[in-house]
Design a protein around this ligand. Structure first.
Ligand SMILES: [Zn+2]
Length: 373
C-alpha cells in the first residue's frame, strides 16, 4: 500500500437532493456517510476532499457534447422535449427531471476525474457518490446520467496509469462500463450481479476481448457464496492481471434489506471485498453505486471507509452516530416503518452465511477456465 493517507471525496450537493418523491433515489445516501464517518471521528485533517464539479468539456472525455448540452438544458428549464426524452432518455420514469440533474452527476463525475489524477501518485480514494455504472455516452440509463466509473478509468489513463482492474459488486450489471471497455485489453472487467434482473446484460458467455468476467448470481446470494467468489474468481483474476490501479464499484444494493434486488448479502461481504483488494494495488479507488434502503446504504458505506482508513467498527455506535441513523426517514416503503433497532445502533450486520449452490460453483468453474489478458 501507498504511505498516503486515504482520502474521502464528498460534497454537500448530495444533502437534500432527490430524484423525486416516488423515485428510489429520493433517499439521502452520501450525506449519511459523511455524517456517520464524522460522528465517529473517522475523518482526519486533510482526508476530506470537496468534489469539484466537472464542466461539459471535461465530461466530453466520454460523453457526447450534444447529450451534455441537453442535460444542462433540462436542468435549466426543468423540462424536456419529446425529442430529448426519446434521444437521450432524460425526463423518463428512471431518469427524471429534477433540480440538480446536471450539477449532481457532474459533481460525482468531477470527483471521479479528480480521483484519477490524484491516484497517479498512488494512494487510496473513497468516492461514495461515484459508481453510476449504467450511464451511456449519449443517454441516461438506470438512474445514471453520467458514467463516473468510465471517466475515472479514462482519467487514470490520461495520468499515465495503463492497466486498470474494474470490479463491480453492485446487484446490477455495469452495462455502461462494459460498453466502454469490452474491447480494451488493458482494462479487466469483473462483475457479480443478480441474474434475470435489469439491465439483463452481463451473461457468463460475454467475454469482451477476453477481459470481461461476468458472474450472474442467483436470488438469495449469501455471504458464504460471496466469499467463494472473492477467493476463487475476483482475487485470482485481479492478481494475475497485475493492475496498475483497481477501481471497485461497491454498490450497496446486494444486501438483504435492499428493495431493488433479491440478494441476501450482509455488509460483511462487501467489506471483505474492499479489504481483500487493497493489498493488490498501490492505487485504489472505491466508488459507491446502487443502494436504496437509507439505513443499509449509510451503514455499509460508512463501514467501507472504516476498512480503508483502518478504523475499528464499534459493537454499538456512539450516540452522535445513532442520531444520524435515527433521523433518516423512508416514506412510502413498508421497510421504513418499524425499522429494526440494530439499523440505528450498529454498523455491522449479522453474517448471512449459507450453502454454496451448484449454479454458483458451475459458473465460477466456467470463468476460472478462461485466462485474463
Ligand atoms: Zn445496482
Amino acid at each position: 500500500m501507498s504511505e498516503l493517507s486515504p482520502r474521502f471525496i464528498g460534497h454537500e450537493i448530495y444533502r437534500g437532493s432527490s430524484y423525486g418523491g416516488w423515485h428510489p433515489l429520493k433517499i439521502p445516501r452520501v450525506s449519511t456517510v459523511m455524517d456517520l464517518t464524522r460522528a465517529l471521528g473517522w475523518v482526519g485533517d486533510g482526508q476530506y476532499i470537496t468534489s469539484p464539479r466537472a464542466k461539459p468539456a471535461a465530461l466530453a472525455l466520454w460523453h457526447d457534447p450534444a447529450y451534455l448540452a441537453a442535460l444542462e438544458r433540462a436542468e435549466r428549464e426543468q423540462a424536456v422535449s419529446d425529442h430529448v426524452r426519446e434521444r437521450h432518455a432524460l425526463g423518463t420514469h428512471s431518469n427524471p427531471v429534477f433540480a440538480e440533474m446536471f450539477r449532481r452527476p457532474a459533481t460525482s463525475a468531477g470527483g471521479a476525474l479528480l480521483a484519477g489524477e490524484l491516484l497517479a501518485q498512488g494512494g487510496v480514494i473513497y468516492h461514495p457518490a461515484g459508481g453510476t455504472h449504467h450511464g451511456m455516452p449519449d443517454r441516461a440509463n438506470g438512474f445514471c446520467y453520467l458514467n463516473d466509473p468510465v471517466l475515472a478509468i479514462l482519467s487514470l489513463r490520461r495520468s499515465g496509469v495503463q492497466r486498470i482492474a474494474y470490479v463491480d459488486i453492485d446487484a446490477h450489471h455495469p452495462d455502461g462500463v462494459e460498453a466502454a471497455f469490452a474491447t480494451d485489453g488493458d482494462v479487466l472487467l469483473i462483475s457479480t450481479h443478480e441474474e434475470k434482473r435489469w439491465p439483463f446484460t452481463g451473461a457468463v458467455a460475454d467475454a469482451g476481448c477476453g477481459n470481461t468476467f461476468n458472474l450472474p448470481v442467483p436470488r438469495g446470494l449469501n455471504d458464504s457464496e460471496m466469499s467463494v467468489i472473492l477467493q476463487e474468481l475476483i482475487l485470482p483474476k485481479v492478481s494475475a492481471f497485475r493492475p496498475d490501479a483497481i477501481v471497485l464499484q461497491c454498490g450497496a444494493d446486494a444486501v438483504e434489506e435492499d428493495p431493488l434486488s433479491r440478494l441476501s448479502l450482509s455488509n460483511n461481504a462487501h467489506w471483505a471485498v474492499v479489504a481483500a483488494l487493497c493489498p493488490l494495488t498501490t492505487r485504489y479507488l472505491v466508488l459507491g453505486g446502487g443502494g436504496y434502503n437509507p439505513w443499509s446504504v449509510g451503514r455499509l458505506w460508512a463501514g467501507v471507509w472504516a476498512v480503508l482508513a483502518e478504523h475499528e467498527i464499534p459493537e454499538r455506535l456512539p450516540d452522535a452516530a445513532v442520531a444520524v441513523l435515527r433521523a433518516l426517514t423512508w416514506e412510502g416503503n413498508r421497510r421504513g416503518r418499524n425499522v429494526p433497532e440494530h439499523l440505528f445502533t450498529t454498523l455491522r450486520d449479522a453474517p448471512r452465511t449459507g450453502p454454496v449452490r451448484t449454479e454458483v460453483r458451475d459458473r465460477l468453474a466456467e470463468l476460472q477456465q478462461r485466462s485474463a489478458p
